[in-house]
Design a protein around this ligand. Structure first.
Ligand code: ADP
Ligand code: ZN
Ligand code: ZN
Length: 749
């Protein structure tokens, strides 16, 4: 063996948490690069791995290194910057190599799925007539099949031909053997973008000329794009101020320079209008093929899309958080729309935040990152104040449209007046009627699906809880069941109280289903449609409903806030927030921020056309800060007050939080190991770490598992995670206890 054999360092897909070294056979020396997928031997098995380094120092004598067996794809599936991003993910989020690979590389690619080949068939033309006559006599089925194939203008898919004629495979094979037809394998191009996604109707619009403010924001971003250095811009623009047009102009700047663009949205399915607009602009650019990356792509589409990016055919990706790992080459611009959205946070290990990863990737690639929002996160706001991010502001709505007027209804007074529980206040009911009479549209938001939030015994106060989770069950009237929104468990509603036998069981609290009912009783002749995850089970229903809403076939939409993202309907002049308190009175330091963002985003759906909009917010705590600031439309003032209180308590963004959860079916075991872990950490980092717990999680039992958490506060996440991983190695857990790290958690329950 020659001494200059190339050694590669490989991350394996199959659970090894350290890199292994392999030798490259000389046939692969040129082609295998960092980012290439390779098939390698592991013991007596074979597995797929990712080359993370080439020409590295082997940890064994060369002779003992095994040879790489095969290059899975001719092009690397990850770029050098993505490899570095992977190492960072591993460190920062405390993830294993396998976690990182599974997160960054889509399944079909990781498993080495091959591009699809389909057999095409054509007839041999110059067949003598006697041969055909003989065939007709002796094998009429073959003859019939031959005639059909010969009659086609170009080669046809074999599968299609067989199914159309219901011809037998035997007849086909017969023809093949006789040399009367020819077969060829062709690679099938699956379309990587889904025409059914995205609100196309909405997209076909007139040419747009940026207004003065938009142009200034665009110039500021374009200047950074031209400079080609890592710079993060916060595009802070009120709802309806035309942020998307600024993104599009900036994207064109990057594409013009031959660069590629990554565009992240909180959820593709929920932002059909944004996606539709981008698609219509960028799928036209023949040289800048756009890929829409979303969860309902088939495996084949996923593979093709990934490869189109890896080999540079596609230069634009629009997608939800996992698109942040798209193998774009020559990246020039990264955009994160609605950067404040909690949906960017992944809720499985590694629990990464799409926005944070996007910023870090931009840093690694030395490119421009634009974060856009009408209600920036405290994290981004602080980075502006610290001078880390550039601020570009859009203060006015397009065509100087007014921001909607917000009325806050004090539900305590409402209840005192009517002496009974109220779902829709007099004011909101009046305004709903008024809009309907005028032929204008309204949207009502309530952040809870189902009919009632709880089934309560009015005698003893017993609440029906899920038997697997420590949360109340929600009543769904459509199928007359109680459902657990955490684990999906279903049960029949009780006839009598299991505690006191009383029959006085009542539903309490309203969900979307009940609001739909109440509204239908207020506006019996209006067309009211409900839209939430329950109605969205059916594919395309969401898009259809939005289409009908735009055409004016629907008068009033009732939905959870999840549907509010980026909707732009000019005829909506009233938005109601049925219960603003749902997100407010929860034990979470982000409750104020979340509530404020919801109120502003939701009211941003009103008055986007020529008619002015109004918002009605119902609450039992009208003086709460987020409600008052939202009412006055004072985003800056809210951010100032909120950041002060965060600083006072040294909550994020002033320090990072790491949450560690221990769970087990056996509560005692979960506590025991959590405490053991905490003691080890204390001993190891004596006095150098601030931590709290273990304590029971707010939702103590979930899916039959008891849960306890420890909280760590730090300025240096990677440093802390290194220590915690070391402790993890010292505290082996039994099989029935699981622990997970959540760095920068968005949920504290
Ligand atoms: P935002 O994302 O800030 O809420 P959008 O980008 O959705 O705002 O823009 C709101 C509406 O204004 C859209 O219908 C968009 O097509 C339109 N719009 C944006 N910029 C312009 C412009 N310069 N001239 C005319 N219409 C515009
Ligand atoms: Zn009872
Ligand atoms: Zn449950």
């Amino acid at each position: 063996m020659s001494l200059d054999a190339t050694v590669v360092c490989v991350w394996l897909m199959s659970g090894f948490d350290r890199p292994l070294h392999y030798r490259l056979p000389s046939s692969m020396e040129e082609q295998a690069e960092p980012g290439s997928l390779v098939r390698v031997p592991l013991g007596r098995r074979q597995t797929i791995g990712l080359v993370v380094e080439k020409d590295c120092e082997p940890d064994l004598p060369l002779m003992q290194l095994k040879l790489v067996l095969e290059l899975v794809y001719p092009v690397p599936v990850m770029t050098p910057a993505l490899l570095r991003l992977g190492s960072w993910l591993r460190q920062y989020y405390g993830a294993s190599i396998q976690n990182v690979l599974e997160t960054m590389i889509p399944g079909p690619v990781r498993q080495g799925m091959k591009a699809k080949q389909e057999k095409y068939v054509s007839a041999v033309k110059s067949v003598e007539s006697e041969v055909l006559a003989a065939l007709e006599k002796k094998a009429p089925k073959q003859f019939e099949l031959y005639q059909f194939i010969a009659g086609q203008f170009r080669p046809q898919k074999k599968s299609l031909v067989l199914s159309r004629l219901s011809a037998s495979p035997a007849a086909y094979t017969g023809l093949l053997k006789k040399g009367l037809i020819l077969e060829e394998a062709r690679k099938v191009e699956r379309v990587a973008y889904d025409d059914e996604l995205g609100d196309v109707e909405y997209a076909t619009k007139q040419e747009i000329v940026l207004n003065e403010e938009q142009a200034a924001c665009y110039e500021s971003i374009a200047e950074s794009v031209r400079a080609g250095k890592f710079t993060t811009h916060l595009l802070y623009g009120v709802t309806g101020s035309g942020k998307t047009e600024v993104y599009i102009a900036a994207m064109e700047e990057a594409l013009k320079a031959g660069k590629s663009v990554l565009f992240l949205v909180p959820e593709v399915a929920l932002t059909p209008q944004t996606v539709g607009r981008l698609r219509s602009r960028f799928t036209e650019h023949k040289d800048a093929h756009a890929v829409v990356w979303h969860s309902s792509l088939s495996d084949g589409e996923r593979l093709d899309a990934w490869m189109a990016l890896a080999n540079g055919t596609a230069r634009v990706v629009v997608g939800a958080r996992s698109a942040v790992f798209a193998p774009l080459r020559n990246l020039g611009l990264v955009i994160v729309d609605e950067e404040h959205e909690p949906a960017f946070k992944q809720d499985e290990t590694p629990r990464y935040h799409g926005r944070d990863v996007a910023v870090y990737r931009s840093f690694l690639e030395n490119v421009v990152c634009v974060l856009g929002s009408a209600t920036p996160s405290l994290e981004s706001y602080r980075n502006v104040k610290r001078g880390k991010y550039k601020l570009d502001t859009l203060t006015k709505r397009i065509d100087d449209r007014e921001l909607p007027m917000m009325h806050v209804v004090d539900m305590r007074i409402e209840m005192m007046r009517t002496r009974k529980p109220v779902t829709i206040s007099t004011l909101l009911a009046e305004k709903l009627r008024d809009r309907w009479e005028k032929g204008e549209q309204s949207i009502l938001f309530i952040n809870r699906r189902g009919y009632n939030s709880t089934m309560l015994c009015t005698e003893c106060g017993h609440v029906e809880e899920c038997k697997h989770c420590s949360v109340p069950m929600t009543f769904h009237r459509s199928d007359n069941t109680l459902k657990c929104h955490l684990c999906g468990h279903e049960a029949d509603p009780p006839w009598k109280c299991p505690e006191c036998n009383s029959g006085a069981i009542r539903g309490k609290g309203s969900g979307t289903q009940r609001i739909e009912d109440v509204v239908k009783s207020i506006l019996p002749r209006a067309n009211v449609v409900r839209i939430d995850t329950d109605t969205m089970g059916k594919k395309h229903l969401f898009r259809e409903i939005l289409g009908d809403f735009r055409k004016g076939k629907i008068d009033l939409l009732v939905g959870t806030q999840m549907i509010a993202k980026g909707l732009d309907f000019p005829n909506v002049t009233l938005v109601g927030m049925v219960d603003a308190d749902l997100s407010l009175h929860v034990p979470d330091f982000r409750a104020n921020e979340r509530t404020f963002q919801l109120l502003v985003q939701v009211s941003g759906r009103a008055g986007r056309g020529d008619l002015a909009g109004e918002v009605v917010v119902q609450t039992f705590t009208p003086h709460a800060e987020p409600i008052q600031f939202a009412r006055r439309g004072e985003v800056d003032a809210f951010l100032e007050v909120e950041i002060e209180s965060r600083e006072q308590f040294q909550y994020p963004p002033f320090r990072h939080l790491v949450r560690q959860v221990f769970r087990s079916r056996n509560a005692d075991k979960a506590v025991f190991f959590a405490e053991q872990f905490a003691r080890k950490v204390e001993a190891r980092m004596a006095g150098k770490i601030e931590m709290r717990g273990p304590t029971p999680c707010a939702v103590e039992k979930m899916k039959d598992q008891y849960r306890f958490h420890i909280w760590y506060f730090t300025q240096n996440v990677s440093g802390l995670m290194r220590e915690l991983k070391a402790v993890e190695a010292e505290v082996p857990l039994p099989k029935d206890v699981v622990q997970i790290f959540d760095v920068d958690p968005m949920s504290v329950s």
